[in-house]
Design a protein around this ligand. Structure first.
Ligand SMILES: *[C@@H]1O[C@H](CO)[C@@H](O)[C@H](O)[C@H]1NC(C)=O
Ligand SMILES: *[C@@H]1O[C@H](CO)[C@@H](O)[C@H](O)[C@H]1NC(C)=O
Length: 269
């Protein structure tokens, strides 16, 4: 399925709602979408020892968290490298009027770099432009997680769809409680979709199945509650921007067709 314009999207969902599954299905259905993960960017930049990667690595080695501004720079750098982020048209006009084409070209590089170096400049100068070409479409994963991070991202890269995936707590819990694992092999069963042939026994070895230590109700309640608390300001932020869309379902298979339909309505060719 082709797109007619760039989609810059974020999926938000509690642990257990199948965010990864939806992302994968969107990527399969809409081949022009790319996955951009802040965690992967961080790992790749460290591995390839890019200037940003070296900085991030020394921050992590000192025991500190990689600051938001650095994560933002990793993302901007990736978009710029892909050719999806360039100087604002306002500054384009200026450079074209005043300098030669060659100087304009180098000046443009300079300006895009400037934002990558110092994302906060977007508040003072005209922000860069993101490509509206359908091939410049992506699902951003791992960032932003807070309203503050969303604010700084918005100034540079306007996200145009935030999908809130909703599954009732009781349904998530039911699913978790139906999950059994054969610890020695890591084989996972669930009583709804993939029940063991003999209840409580591994299909291959016949050994007893157990619960994962962190699959108990209290742990999950705490995880889900923490998610509610941190995601609420983020979702409110995007609701105010008018880009939030909520989808409900008890399973991934129930959510996927709704999500595809809405995505096509907004971005489909
Ligand atoms: C049940 O297990 C199957 C196979 O491992 C998996 O594909 C499915 O997503 C699981 N469903 C739930 C609700 O956990
Ligand atoms: C989803 O689960 C809730 C709670 O168990 C139930 O009330 C509702 O009918 C389910 N919806 C569908 C479409 O199956």
């Amino acid at each position: 399925m082709r797109l007619r314009k760039a989609a810059r999207i974020i999926l938000v969902g509690a642990p257990g709602v199948g965010k990864g599954t939806q992302a994968e299905r969107l990527l399969n259905r809409f081949p022009q979408l790319s996955a951009i993960s802040s965690g992967d960017l961080l790992r790749d930049n460290v591995k390839n020892q890019t200037p940003l990667g070296i900085k991030a690595e020394s921050t992590m080695k000192s025991g500190a968290l990689v600051p938001d501004a650095m994560i933002l720079r990793l993302i901007l750098n990736e978009l710029k490298t892909r050719g999806w982020l360039f100087p604002s048209s306002g500054s384009d006009v200026l450079t074209l009027n005043s300098v030669s084409a060659a100087a304009a070209a180098s000046n443009q590089d300079f300006e895009a770099d400037l934002y990558v170096e110092q994302p906060s400049l977007a508040q003072t100068y005209p922000p860069p432009q993101t490509s509206d070409d359908p091939s410049a479409s992506f699902i951003l994963d791992g960032f932003p997680r807070t309203a503050g991070q969303a604010d700084s991202l918005d100034a540079l890269v306007p996200i145009n769809l935030v999908v809130s995936l909703k599954t009732p707590f009781s349904v998530i819990m039911e699913r978790i409680q139906g999950r059994w694992v054969h610890l020695p092999s890591g084989r996972v069963y669930n009583t709804t979709f993939n029940a063991p042939k003999v209840p409580g026994k591994d299909d291959i070895t016949g050994e007893p199945l157990s619960k994962r230590a962190d699959d108990d109700e209290e742990t999950w309640k705490a995880r889900l509650q923490k998610f509610e608390e941190t995601s609420e300001p983020l979702l409110n932020h995007y609701a105010k921007k008018g880009v939030l869309w909520e989808v409900q379902g008890n399973s991934s298979d129930e959510i996927t067709p709704k999500l595809w339909k809405e995505f096509e309505r907004r971005f489909g060719a």
